[in-house]
Ligand binder design. Structure first.
Ligand SMILES: C[S@@+](CC[C@H](N)C(=O)[O-])C[C@H]1O[C@@H](n2cnc3c(N)ncnc32)[C@H](O)[C@@H]1O
Length: 489
C-alpha cells in the first residue's frame, strides 16, 4: 500500500517537474555554485518556517517515522536545488540553474506541497535518501561503522548527513549495530532489507532511476576534459568518418544549418562543417553540456570568432527556434543520449519544407566477443543479474532508427551503412570512454554503491591490462557498425 503511494508520489513529482536527488546534489553541486546554494537555503528556510508547526506535521507521519527538523531541512534545500537543476535542464538542456530557475523551483515545490502535503515530500525523501543509505549495506551485507561515518562507502554524502541517516535508520529499525572483534558494524535488519527492496521497486517503477541516469548523461559530459584525445585513441578513424559524413549530407554554401550535440566542435570546426555554409550561410551549433561547449568555444576563438557561427546551450529535445528556421539539421553521435523520437521531431520542426534532417550514429552490435567478455566480465555479470541490457549495447538498431524517422513524419529516408574501428588498446582510456563517453553501462552502475562503482572501474582497468597482454591488437579491434541517415521534410 505504502509502496504504491510512494510510487504515485514519485510519478507525480516527475510529472510536475519537481526533482529530488541528494546524490546529484552532493556529487555535482557540493562546492560548486555557492550563490545558488545560498539562495536555495534561504528558500528552504522560509518554506520550513511556514510549514512546520510541529503539531500539524507529526500526525501525518507513521509511528515508525521520526520527525527530524534537520532532515526536513536537508530535504527542502535539496529538493529546491534539484528542481532548479531540472528547470535549467528543461530550459536549456544544461544542469546549470540561474536565479530565475531557483525562483521557479521554489514555486513548483510549494505548489507540490500545497497539493500533496509536506509529509508526503518528507516520506519521498526518506525513500530516496534511504535507498542510497541502505544500498552499500545491502550490497556488502554490512559496513563498518567507522567506514560509514567517514563516508568511505557513501561518498559523496557528507559525514553530517550520514550521522543523521544512521540515527534515523536505527530509530526505524532498518539497521542494527553489532560488535565484532575488529570494530562495530552496521547490519541491515530483515525489515531494512524488505524496505530496501520496495524502495528500489518504487524508484524503478516510477521512472525515478531512469531520470537520475538521464541527468547523469548531461553532467558527466560537463566533467570530461579530454574528450577529443580520448576519441582519437579509441576511434582512430572517427575523424575520417565524420568528414565523409559531411560530404554525404551535402551541405550547400549559403544554407542555414543547425548542428545538434556539437560537443567539443569536432564536426563543427575540425572537420569543416562551419566552412561549408560560407559565404552568407550560418551555422548554429548546440549542445546541452556547458563543459563540452566550453571546449567548442575555445576552437571558435582560435578561429577568430567567425560571425557565421553561433554556439548555444540548448537541448535537441526543446529547440529554442521557430518552425522552418533551418535548411539542414544534423549531428553526429548524439542520438542515443536523447529521447530519440522527440529529438528527431524537434529537428524536423525547425527545418523548412524540403529541408534535411540527418544523423551519423553508431548502431547496436554484438558484444559477445572473447576479449570483450573477458575484459568486461564483472559488469556484464551485473547486467545479467539486473536483467537489463539484454541486447548488449544501448545503441539503437537500424529498425529503431527507421521507426523514429518515420515517427517524425519522414517518408523519404536514405541510409548509408558504414563501420568505424574501435580500438581497445589503452585500458585507462578505453574504460573512461566506455563508461563515461558512450555510457554503455550507466544503467548497471546506478545499481552499485558509489564506492563500488569506483572499485569496479579500477578493476576494469586492471583486467584491461591483462587482456591487452593476452590478445593481439587485431583481436582487440571491433568494427563498430555505423549509419548515416538523411531524410527530407
Ligand atoms: C558523443 S558526444 C558527440 C559530440 C560530437 N557531435 C562529435 O561527433 O564529436 C555527444 C554529445 O551530445 C550531447 N548531448 C547529449 N544529450 C543532448 C541533448 N539532449 N541535446 C543536445 N546535445 C546533447 C552531449 O553533451 C555530448 O556533447
Amino acid at each position: 500500500m505504502e509502496t504504491e503511494k510512494i510510487t504515485q508520489d514519485l510519478k507525480a513529482m516527475l510529472n510536475d517537474g519537481v526533482f529530488m536527488d541528494p546524490l546529484l546534489m552532493n556529487t555535482y553541486y557540493q562546492g560548486r555554485m555557492p550563490a545558488c546554494w545560498e539562495q536555495a537555503k534561504t528558500c528552504a528556510n522560509r518554506m520550513y518556517q511556514s510549514y512546520t508547526h510541529g503539531q500539524h506535521f507529526a500526525p501525518g507521519l507513521d509511528d515508525d517515522m521520526p520527525f527530524s527538523p534537520r532532515l526536513l531541512h536537508r530535504c527542502l534545500v535539496e529538493t529546491v536545488m534539484s528542481t532548479a537543476v531540472e528547470i535549467a535542464n528543461e530550459r536549456t538542456g544544461s544542469v546549470a540553474p540561474n536565479e530565475d530557475d531557483l525562483e521557479t523551483a521554489k514555486h513548483r515545490v510549494e505548489d507540490w506541497i500545497d497539493k500533496r502535503g509536506m509529509e508526503r515530500l518528507y516520506k519521498v525523501y526518506f525513500v530516496i535518501a534511504g535507498y542510497d543509505f541502505l544500498q552499500p549495506m545491502f550490497f556488502h551485507k554490512h559496513v563498518y561503522e567507522a567506514d560509514f561515518l567517514n563516508g568511505a562507502r557513501h561518498y559523496p554524502y557528507t559525514t553530517e548527513a550520514l550521522d543523521l541517516y544512521l540515527m534515523t535508520a536505527l530509530a526505524r529499525g532498518s539497521v542494527r549495530l553489532k560488535q565484532l572483534r575488529d570494530g562495530r558494524i552496521i547490519v541491515p535488519t530483515k525489515l531494512g532489507q524488505t524496505r530496501f527492496q520496495w524502495m528500489r521497486q518504487s524508484l524503478e517503477e516510477s521512472g525515478y532511476l531512469e531520470r537520475r541516469i538521464a541527468m547523469s548523461y548531461v553532467y558527466q559530459f560537463d566533467t570530461i576534459e579530454d574528450w577529443d584525445a580520448l576519441c582519437d585513441i579509441v576511434w582512430p578513424d572517427g575523424r575520417e568518418l565524420r568528414k565523409s559524413y559531411l560530404e554525404w549530407v551535402g551541405i550547400e554554401p549559403g544554407q542555414q544549418v543547425l548542428e545538434v550535440g556539437c560537443g567539443t566542435g569536432v564536426l563543427t570546426f575540425d572537420e569543416g562543417l562551419a566552412e561549408r555554409v560560407l559565404p552568407e550561410g550560418h551555422l548554429t551549433a548546440i549542445d546541452v553540456s556547458n563543459g563540452m561547449l566550453d571546449q567548442a568555444q575555445s576552437k571558435y576563438k582560435e578561429r577568430g570568432a567567425p560571425a557565421h557561427v553561433t554556439l548555444t546551450l540548448a537541448s535537441v529535445e526543446h529547440l529554442p527556434y521557430p518552425e522552418d528556421r533551418f535548411n539542414v539539421a544534423l549531428g553526429s553521435a548524439f542520438l542515443h543520449f536523447t529521447n530519440a523520437s522527440i529529438a528527431l521531431k524537434e529537428m524536423a520542426r525547425v527545418v523548412v519544407k524540403g529541408g534535411i534532417v540527418s544523423i551519423l550514429q553508431a548502431l547496436s552490435f554484438d558484444l559477445n566477443v572473447p576479449f570483450f567478455n573477458e575484459w568486461f566480465q564483472p559488469i556484464l555479470e551485473l547486467a545479467k543479474k539486473s536483467r537489463r541490457n539484454q541486447k548488449g549495447t544501448y545503441l539503437p538498431t537500424i529498425d529503431q532508427l527507421q521507426e523514429w524517422f518515420a515517427g517524425a513524419g519522414f517518408s523519404q529516408i536514405e541510409v548509408r551503412q558504414t563501420t568505424a574501428s574501435w580500438v581497445f588498446d589503452n585500458p585507462e582510456v578505453v574504460v573512461q570512454h566506455i563508461v563515461r563517453g558512450v555510457s554503455f553501462f550507466q544503467a548497471e552502475l546506478v545499481y552499485l554503491p558509489w564506492d563500488d562503482q569506483r572499485t569496479l572501474i579500477m578493476e576494469l582497468i586492471d583486467r584491461g591490462r591483462d587482456v591487452c597482454r593476452k590478445y593481439s591488437r587485431i583481436e582487440r579491434r571491433l568494427e563498430l557498425p555505423s549509419v548515416m541517415v538523411r531524410a527530407r521534410k
